[in-house]
Design a binder for this molecule. Structure first.
Ligand SMILES: Cc1cc2nc3c(=O)[nH]c(=O)nc-3n(C[C@H](O)[C@H](O)[C@H](O)COP(=O)(O)OP(=O)(O)OC[C@H]3O[C@@H](n4cnc5c(N)ncnc54)[C@H](O)[C@@H]3O)c2cc1C
Length: 467
């Protein structure tokens, strides 16, 4: 029997089930946990009570892709989950390495009879899970998903997947979802321990202010949002970059610290519900078209003329540092670096700016986002970018090109958002902050392009592929 890091007596059991945790770092509403313990829905697992061995495997492939903000959040979240498991008499087992090798070894060591997971629908996760399933000599059981309605579940009458959001939303709502499952309390589940490695060091990036971690933080965030009337005021406030009008739940959904069903249960606000459905829609699109994580959904856009070379690289550097001379864009890009998060309206504006004002491919911006976003999610990010770039779902019209100045004036009317993230402009009062060139501010760059001109260039390039 391997040595244990966790405290308490080692439990040897005839019948143990491994619960391999990935994007489901919580104990509430956890179908795979219930399936592993044999306390879930009828028909999940084999229904017989079993002892549960919860494990997280640090996969070098995913670890290398995650930027410092997501690494810090992940490690903090695992620490919080371990503490919650310990309070129930268990503890998290941590391994590091190729998941197929690690899981096969853990099955052998523990004598586990089954491996349970919440299904993963992303391109990498599907391939990885198939490799693990082939490597272990016991059943691999998928129960539940990070979504209320799993990707692939709803489709058009002719069996084809949806590519437009509104009909998807209708079908998604009609399909519905089960009520949340209860959180286990002490004594509900017997836990099994195994040898565990230390969690890696993942410090918060210097100067960054990241969200709180873990299931308790997720539930508290949701509670605060509801207590403040958030869902009811969402339609009115969600586009205002200067106000705290959105839930800030994306990071918790990303790591599965809260299940979307928990948010949907009893929710009456249609706008907030639809926003949760966007996340599910994009996961569905990616499930059907995994290559669109990095390739154009509308293939003709791959043939469009994009700028490359030294000058394009310099403009890209200005964009990512938040030094384009467009205050609303710069505030967003600096918020990303400072908090690992950016307001949705601003994500749309900075994405449009990179593609339609600087004429660069969406993939370049998406990669930068994925490196810095603490909520970085392949489906939402790639398809959020493709939507903003006009090459994605919903036939979002290419010719609707955001004006970065009027967007700022509209969604940050008093300039508070810009002043928060762009200290050079703090001396400018009110909406004047959106047009600093009118007064001239030392230390702040002049606009790197002329928006009206670049708009025409973008339209001409679009016409060329349309013809
Ligand atoms: C270019 C671009 C890139 C994006 N990248 C990501 C990403 O990597 N990860 C991510 O979670 N979201 C991404 N989004 C969507 C959206 O910006 C964030 O989900 C939202 O800003 C998170 O803040 P919140 O939790 O306060 O959202 P709220 O407004 O409170 O919405 C609640 C939840 O609904 C979901 N949601 C809301 N809007 C969208 C949307 N447009 N697309 C998909 N899901 C949505 C999120 O899970 C969010 O947490 C991106 C959007 C764009 C335009």
């Amino acid at each position: 029997m391997p040595s244990r890091k966790s405290s308490g007596e080692s439990k040897t059991r005839d019948r143990a089930h491994i619960l391999w945790l990935r994007r489901d770092l919580r104990l509430s509403d956890h179908p795979a946990l219930h399936a592993a313990a044999g306390t879930g829905y009828p028909g999940t697992g084999d229904g017989e009570p079993a002892h549960v061995l919860p494990v997280f495997v640090f996969d070098p492939v995913l670890w290398d892709r995650a930027g410092p903000a997501r690494r810090a959040h992940l490690v903090g979240s695992l620490r919080a989950l371990d503490a919650d498991l310990r309070a129930l008499g268990g503890g998290l087992v941590v391994r590091a390495g190729d998941p197929a090798r690690e899981l096969a070894a853990l099955v052998r060591e523990s004598g586990a009879a089954e491996v349970h997971v919440s299904a993963d629908f992303g391109p990498y996760g599907r391939a990885r899970d198939a490799a693990v399933e082939a490597a272990i000599e016991v059943p691999f059981r998928r129960t539940g998903a990070p979504y209320a309605v799993a990707p692939g579940r709803v489709h058009k009458a002719d069996g084809e997947p949806y590519r437009v959001f509104t009909p998807y939303l209708r079908a998604w709502a009609e399909h519905g979802w089960r009520d949340p499952l209860p959180r286990p309390s002490g004594g509900d589940i017997e836990w099994v321990h195994a040898e565990s490695v230390e969690l890696p060091d993942a410090p918060t990036p210097e100067g960054a202010r990241l969200p709180e971690v873990g299931e308790r933080a997720a539930l508290a965030t949701w509670k605060r949002f509801r207590a403040g009337g958030g869902p009811g005021r969402y339609a009115e406030l969600r586009d205002r970059a200067d106000l705290a009008g959105t839930s800030r739940l994306s990071v918790h959904l990303k790591f599965g610290e809260i299940h979307p069903r928990t948010l949907l249960a009893g929710l009456t606000d249609d706008t907030f519900r639809a926003e949760l459905a966007w996340r599910e829609f994009y996961a569905d699109v990616l499930w059907h078209r995994p290559e669109t994580a990095r390739e154009y959904l509308r293939a003709e856009f791959a043939g469009m003329e994009y700028d490359t070379g030294d000058e394009a690289d310099d403009l890209f550097d200005a964009w990512r540092a938040g030094r384009t001379g467009f205050p609303f864009v710069d505030a967003g890009m600096r918020q990303l670096l400072a908090e690992g998060w950016m307001h949705n309206r601003v994500r749309m504006v900075v994405a449009s700016f990179l593609v339609k004002d600087l004429h660069q491919e969406w993939t370049r911006g998406a990669a930068h986002f994925m490196r810095h976003l603490v909520d970085g999610d392949l489906a939402s990010n790639s398809h959020g970018w493709q939507w903003a770039a006009g090459c994605g779902t919903d036939a979002s019209p290419w010719f609707r090109i955001f004006n970065p100045v009027s967007q700022g004036k509209r969604f940050d009317p008093d300039g508070d958002y810009v002043r928060r993230y762009v200290p050079e402009l703090r001396a400018l009062a009110g909406a004047a902050v959106h047009e600093p060139w009118k007064v001239g501010v030392p230390d702040y760059p002049a606009p790197v392009v002329e928006h009206a001109e670049e708009r025409l260039v973008a339209l001409a390039r679009y016409e060329a592929i349309r013809r």
